[in-house]
Design a protein around this ligand. Structure first.
Ligand SMILES: Nc1nc2c(ncn2[C@@H]2O[C@H](COP(=O)(O)OP(=O)(O)OP(=O)(O)O)[C@@H](O)[C@H]2O)c(=O)[nH]1
Length: 955
């Protein structure tokens, strides 16, 4: 302290700048430079082009950019909370798919994932959730994955090179709408020579670019650290995924679909006992994507067939977004994940119950204590403890006891006892079941080869003609593919497949006959550095984008469940002690949701509403009888009802009786009463009405004169009627306020939308705006039509939202269906038993909604081209498996070609290198739908044992 005070008093010597020497020279140089640059800036010609060629070049570039920006706006029908984006991780066997998912999940959630099975949902940011799915290594799995992927991570074994699986998947992606694609190189640690590694990276990168587009992102995972990918690299990859934008794809925006993340068999057990091959009832759970699911929509389960829905329920979100309002960013504690097939997550919400998963090592069975004879806490037992112990020692289940004693404690929930009974029976007859299943196994092994199921027989025939779905196709004997675009196909034409054994495994290496201009590849350090810099730049830009997209998304976060989910989150954290609080909040929320519905007040209740209210009355009467049963309801039931109110849930339905006094209702059968309104109809006496109108007109003329004034000519004084109408004015003012508020809200949203879309769409463009800004801006003004179109779409969307928000939940559901982003439980009856028997969580189930007319069956005409990888031409009536829309089915095509006179001439074989027409019978698809056909679904290439595959035969 003493020293400080001393220092304060001391005066410092002023700085004296140098007048001679090197540093003085340096300064004068800098000064001159500044002056020069100032002069330059003052020069009015400074920004004009000095060279014509440069001006032309910049202008054409700006125009090109502008044209690229212009595209017809796609109508995105989803609003509110978005469903998680699906990230499909695809690659040849053993390339590190599971490991990558595990490390990414660990990065986002700080949890170790034991197994990668089925979709894994995680919260990756304030406004974003991701669902990781490992793509199975068979054609069916790849086709389905291509249909639901928002982003495909293509894993490539860097030490081995490209394999056929990657190209096959890329070809499938091209047919079914091209989602975002990112390459990831693994196994790079196997390179000992740094130079070789660099060269390989370059070569693979350029090949990848040729395949997708120049500049497509390729990530390098340099090796393993403690059996995991390096944190830094995973962090970078995660950041790229987090900021990525996913443009809507046309097929998906017009068809609802669900990627099933939970699947259960709910067939009554007695039915299965009687016949283990009976048709089953199943429930499928997942987020609704694409577009709204209207009531009565039929669905197609990929590989199983078409079904109508026996029930759809909106469940509370099992992996909700953290509320953006309260928290600044998702803290580690709040990061959530949901992966029921992989056995992750502690809470499971169902229609009927909430399941709490407690790890086995947390469960301390107290029986051990008892056998020991003493407890640590002394002899006096807690009541709860005694209860638990008595439950452990119980011999007969409570329902058996109840049945015997003829006391119905759980009268309102007969199902639970029934189920328990069924379980008992089930367990009694378990050995029988096993016997039944054994021959099945045999069947399974025999029928392994062909996994496709067909549903043509069940469909009705129709002579309805079809559009011409645009397609091209076909694959090598093992697999065949559609062609995306001509360029790509030519480039791909140089790919050759080489089957070889490598590390005890059969691998199908992709060899490029052309050898992508390797001579052009620079493998200098500078370029690599440049690349890395580029990456960094991208990072930065993307981060900016993310910020923007986050801001945009904030406007969408007003979903009904968000607040509640927040509470759910809390209650999860608090644990079981707060269950009652949680329940209370749910009920409170449900009661809040009941707003007055004008539609119902005017037109009365809709059929469904009145049904539900009838149920309600019935339920109420039952509830009154056994009030105490409330306590014995499964935990989730009441909460669920209050959340949903969708599937016959009664709590949320409107209580119209409150605003209707039946005592005041007029009896319209009485003559007096109906005479009173007779004159309002055509047959009545209208003279009174005309008189009334005249009076009204006179009155309104008076009303029009606002304010007090004196007619100076006549001396009449007019007084305003405003004072009398003060109460009316108040109401009107309130209305005006509401309207104004709504208008402002709309404007704000529009402005946000404009700001988002008017800006450049890619980081590359952003930099360009800075360079050739002038041209860009002038061009932007010319593109007013597109902007106007976008504006109109957005405005219409806002109007729709505003209209729908005024309705109550039940009516809204009937009008617009289940909204995208909702977590749904679909109940489907009578699916073939094979779906249960051969269910594999590693094979994701895709459920797609069938559009109007798509359930009809008929002859379809498609344009088809043999894929260059398919060595042989195709023969008419040789069965092929077609993937079109959501469906995959087998059919026998007839090939034809259109002659010059317009007649179709049948072909016995497809032409070598050109398109032909293929006519086949099957469920119809709308025109312009991508078609892909394969001849063989065999997965022989995955077998470790050397089995002769059609591929092998060819090579
Ligand atoms: N040296 C090295 N080993 C790796 C790398 N990536 C993955 N592995 C190892 O490769 C093996 C296979 O990894 P998985 O994640 O099971 O591969 P997968 O693609 O899921 O395999 P399948 O599910 O059988 O198709 C594991 O033993 C990994 O440790 C890598 O970059 N370098």
């Amino acid at each position: 302290m003493a020293m400080d005070s001393g220092a304060d008093g001391q005066s410092h010597k002023a700085h004296r700048s140098r007048h001679s020497g090197a540093s003085a020279k340096k300064k004068t140089k800098a000064k001159n430079k500044d002056q020069n640059s100032d002069q330059k800036q003052q020069n009015p010609k400074a920004f004009a082009f000095r060279s014509n060629a440069k001006a032309k070049r910049l202008q054409s570039r700006a125009v090109e950019k502008e044209q690229r920006r212009l595209h017809l706006p796609v109508i995105d029908r989803s609003y509110g909370e978005l469903p998680p984006f699906v990230v499909v991780v695809q690659g040849p066997p053993q390339v590190g798919k599971s490991l990558l998912i595990k490390t990414l999940v660990k990065h986002y959630t700080k949890h170790n994932l034991p197994d990668v099975r089925g979709p894994i949902t995680i919260v990756s940011g304030k406004q974003r959730r991701l669902q990781f799915v490992e793509c199975p290594n068979d054609i069916n799995g790849m086709i389905d994955a291509a249909k639901f992927a928002d982003l495909a991570l293509l894993l490539i074994d860097g030490s081995y090179g490209f394999e056929m699986e990657t190209f096959e998947f890329l070809n499938i992606l091209q047919v079914h709408g091209f989602p975002k694609v990112m390459g990831v190189l693994t196994h790079l640690d196997k390179f000992k020579d740094v130079k070789k590694l660099k060269k390989t990276k370059q070569r693979l990168k350029h090949r990848f670019w040729t395949e997708i587009y120049d500049g497509a992102k390729l990530f390098y995972l340099s090796g393993l650290i403690h059996g995991k990918y390096p944190k830094r690299e995973v962090h970078n990859l995660a950041r790229f995924i987090s900021v990525m934008k996913f443009p809507p794809l046309s097929w998906r925006t017009s068809h609802p679909y669900i990627l099933v993340d939970r699947f259960e068999d709910v067939t009554p057990p007695e039915r299965v006992q009687m016949n283990s091959k009976c048709d089953r009832n199943v429930t499928l759970y997942g987020y609704l994507r694409g577009c709204n699911l209207k009531k009565g929509t039929k669905i197609h389960i990929a590989g199983v067939g078409d079904f109508s829905l026996a029930g759809v329920t909106g469940l509370s979100d099992p992996c909700p977004l953290p509320s953006a309002a309260k928290k600044k960013g998702p803290r580690d504690k709040e990061k959530l994940f949901y992966a029921p097939m992989s056995g992750l997550g502690d809470l499971l919400y169902d229609k009927d119950a909430v399941y709490i998963n407690i790890n086995d090592h947390f469960v301390q069975y107290s029986k051990v204590d008892e056998m020991g004879g003493t407890t640590n806490k002394g002899n006096k037992r807690d009541v709860g403890e005694a209860l638990v112990k008595s439950l452990q020692t119980i011999k007969n289940p409570i329902d058996e006891k109840l049945e015997k004693s003829k006391i119905s404690l759980f009268s309102q929930n007969p199902n639970s006892s029934l189920e328990a009974e069924d379980h008992n029976r089930d367990s009694d007859e378990a050995p029988k079941l096993i016997r039944d299943i054994e021959p099945l196994k045999q069947y399974q092994s025999n029928g392994e080869e062909d996994e496709s199921e067909f549903d043509l027989d069940s469909s009705e025939s129709s002579d309805q003609d079809e559009g011409v779905p645009e397609c091209a196709m076909l694959k090598s004997e093992g697999r065949n593919f559609e062609e995306g675009n001509a360029d790509a196909s030519e480039r791909l034409g140089r790919v050759k497949e080489q089957v070889e054994f490598h590390n005890g495994r059969k691998r199908r290496k992709a060899i490029f006959g052309d050898g992508v201009d390797h001579s052009n590849l620079k493998s200098t350090d500078e370029e690599n550095e440049g690349d890395e810099d580029d990456d960094d730049d991208d990072d930065d830009n993307d981060e900016g984008e993310n910020d923007r997209s986050n801001e945009d998304n904030e406007s969408c976060s007003g979903s009904e469940f968000s607040d509640g989910d927040e509470e759910d989150l809390k209650s999860e954290e608090d644990g079981m002690g707060n269950i009652s609080k949680w329940r209370a909040s749910l009920v409170e929320r449900a009661s809040k949701k009941q707003n007055i519905n004008l539609m119902q007040l005017v037109y009365g209740k809709s059929a469904s509403t009145s049904n539900t209210s009838a149920n309600e009355v019935k339920d109420d009467s039952e509830n009154e009888e056994s009030d105490e049963d409330e306590f014995f309801k499964p935990k989730g039931q009441r909460a669920k009802n209050s959340i949903e109110g969708l599937d016959g849930g009664n709590i949320n339905t409107e209580d119209c009786s409150k605003s209707t006094k039946f005592s005041e209702l007029k009896n319209w059968k009485e003559e007096e009463v109906y005479e009173s309104i007779r004159d309002r109809f055509v047959t009545g006496d209208w003279s009174k009405g005309a008189l009334r109108n005249q009076m009204l007109e006179a009155k309104t003329e008076e009303d029009d004169m606002d304010g007090d004034f004196e007619d100076l000519e006549t001396g009449e004084k007019h007084e305003s009627h405003q004072k009398d109408d003060s109460s009316n004015g108040g109401i009107q003012k309130e209305d005006d306020d509401a309207i104004e508020e709504r208008r402002l809200k709309k404007l704000a949203l529009r402005a946000k939308f404009d700001a988002h879309y008017d800006g450049s769409e890619s980081p590359e463009e952003e930099t360009d705006v800075q360079n050739g800004g002038k041209f860009h801006r002038s061009q932007a003004n010319d593109s007013g039509y597109y902007d106007k179109l976008k504006e109109e779409i957005e405005l219409q969307k806002q109007i729709n939202i505003a209209e729908l928000e005024d309705l109550d939940e039940t009516t809204r559901l009937e009008i617009e269906g289940f909204r995208t982003g909702m977590y749904l439980r679909l109940e489907v009856h009578d699916v073939p038993f094979e779906m249960i028997e051969y269910f594999d969580p590693c094979h994701p189930i895709l459920v797609g909604g069938i559009g109007l007319g798509e359930e009809n069956v008929g002859y379809m005409q498609t344009r088809l081209k043999r894929h260059r990888w398919h060595k042989k031409v195709l023969k008419t009536r040789d069965p092929i498996i077609v993937s079109i829309g959501w469906r995959r089915y087998q059919t026998t095509p007839v090939y034809a070609i259109e002659d010059q006179n317009g007649r179709h001439r049948m072909l016995k074989y497809t032409p070598e290198h050109m398109h032909c027409l293929a006519m086949f019978w099957g469920p119809l698809a709308p025109p312009k739908t991508g078609v892909l056909a394969v001849q063989n679904l065999s997965n022989n290439q995955l077998c470790m044992k050397p089995k002769k595959s059609p591929f092998e035969a060819l090579n």
